[in-house]
Design a protein around this ligand. Sequence first.
Ligand code: SIN
Length: 318
Amino acid sequence: MSLKLDTRFHCGPTAMRLPVLCHIAGSRSISDDVPMTTFKHITVAPLAASIGAEISGVDLSAAMPDEVWQEIHQAYLDYIVLFFRDQTLTPTDQVNFAARFGPIGKYPFAQPVEGHPDVIAIIKEAHQTSNFGGIWHTDTTYLECPSLGSALYAREVPPVGGDTMWANQYAAYDALSDGLKEMLDGLKLLNSASKNKASLREDHLADGAMKGQDESRMDVQQAFHPVVRTHPETGRKALYVSEAHAVCFEGWTVEESTPLLGYLYEHTRKPEFTCRFSWTVNTLTIWDNRCGLHYPLNDYHGHRRELYRVTIEGDRPV
Ligand code: SIN
């Protein structure tokens, strides 16, 4: 079975043998993904048609009235990733803002910033060539309860490059054929912390300012999660396939799983589901790991990049 023949068409089993019977899937158009919420207290400027919005008109270090928080939270649910430029934040401000979205969690495999147990520094030094987390992923899918979201604050950025991309996984799910949706609904995927551990973390942590911790746990930390999860707040279905950590479908061998996983990896990050953000110092970004993937580009060798990350604890995906 070739799932990659022509991505404009989704074919039922019969149609696959007889291409003339293929039909164009009844997927939502990209414009269907643009939310219709009206905001009164913040300014929301979408970054791309499917995902991401820049928010202005708010100071994240100041006390936040409830009506402003409600709108930020709604924008988060609508756009999956939000960007707040020109924010002067201490690590405590960053933690306090992230804590409005859910309980603060811990990233298991990097040491926290001294004096700030809830913050890790994602640093690529000028001499380093690997970057941290440089494969499309959603955070910590190898945990029983993976991260709900992450808040990233830019402290130092390269003059050019070092962008991060995100991909809307509601849109990725919606665009699948009914046949593939039916097959994936109910399937579970094994996610392992040990997959790609060298390229994702170890190579990078070996010769830079970031320091690892609990490395032995990486080899055993794994969890099964649904391939299609229902977002607990929006009720929408999203693909939950993270290339960095996905190993195989439950009850399938790795060999059997690899072709379909390969198709899904390519599908989940089709350009029309993505946005790309160019960082400036003092930008705070917060994203929803339950319905979005992200990918930090590694195109700025010779320059230093440093961001502080806070992890928000999530629930068990269903
Ligand atoms: C990550 O949290 O995966 C890193 C994102 C980035 O460095 O842009």
